[in-house]
Design a protein around this ligand. Structure first.
Ligand SMILES: [Zn+2]
Ligand SMILES: [Zn+2]
Length: 249
């Protein structure tokens, strides 16, 4: 059985003309895990499956480009044509109150999106998936993910500056989906809370990851330039994520 990753959004901070914000569908043995739910990504999700077919959601952190379309998912489930649905949502502590601030019916929101607080060190057993959580280096609590199924490993940095925790999360991973917001030539960086493509390459090499997929690129950066920069620091295969790309591991 294979582990399949579909990119539903891979733009950093705000959407671009062809890229929505962070969201990834991970499928194995009929189970569907949605990792992050950034702005615009719900449209891509609905091109792949019915919203009711999502078995669980993990939010890496509480920045809008990673959760904004949870609002849309909430309404799509609440008013689903086959009747109201619910989905478990694993997210850093405080998520329901933080996200629910824009909503006038917190009870219905939390009955639909059933939150469980998650933190670094947790191991989530989600259907056939084992999801290990690591502490990314970002200004708010941010969870990097190591997703394991049937001996296959998919790692996701979430948003992060370089940190040894990512090497642990992506140790010998079959695919490492890594923040590569910036380019080295853009130093001094507008913010030191993400990585350049070269830093992503270095992290992938440190981890011994077998394949690197760059994501969360700044929307106006050239993907080819990012790929070339990462390849300077990493000997394995480098791909830049694009919306609706599929990777079968
Ligand atoms: Zn982000
Ligand atoms: Zn962030």
């Amino acid at each position: 059985m294979t582990l399949a990753l579909t990119v539903l959004g891979c733009s950093g901070t705000h959407p671009g003309p062809q890229r929505m914000c962070s969201s990834y569908l991970v499928e194995h043995d009929g189970y569907r895990l949605l990792v992050d739910c950034g702005n615009g990504s719900l449209s891509n999700l609905t091109r792949r499956c019915d919203v009711a077919d999502v078995d669980a959601v993990v939010l890496s952190h509480l920045h809008p480009d990673h959760f904004a379309d949870l609002y849309g998912l909430y309404y799509a489930l609440r008013f689903h044509r086959d009747g109201a649905r619910a989905v478990p949502v694993y997210a850093p502590a405080g998520a329901p109150a933080f996200i629910g601030r824009l909503l006038d019916d917190l009870d219905t929101f939390t009955a639909t999106c059933r939150f469980t607080p998650a933190q670094a060190g947790d191991v989530l057993r989600l259907g056939p998936l084992t999801v290990r959580l690591f502490a990314a280096a970002h200004p708010v609590d941010t969870l990097a993910l190591r997703i394991e199924a049937a001996g296959t490993v998919l790692a996701y940095s979430a948003d992060s500056a370089p940190t040894p925790a990512l090497s642990d999360a992506a140790r010998d991973a079959d695919l490492f989906l890594c923040d590569a917001t910036w380019l080295e030539r853009q130093r001094p960086l507008p913010s030191a809370v993400h990585m350049t493509a070269e830093e992503a390459g270095r992290q992938a090499g440190d981890a011994g990851a077998k394949r690197l997929v760059l994501t969360h690129l700044w929307p106006t950066n050239d993907p080819a330039e990012s790929a070339a920069e990462a390849a300077r620091a990493y000997v394995g295969a480098v791909t830049v994520a694009a919306d609706l790309d599929e990777f079968v591991l």
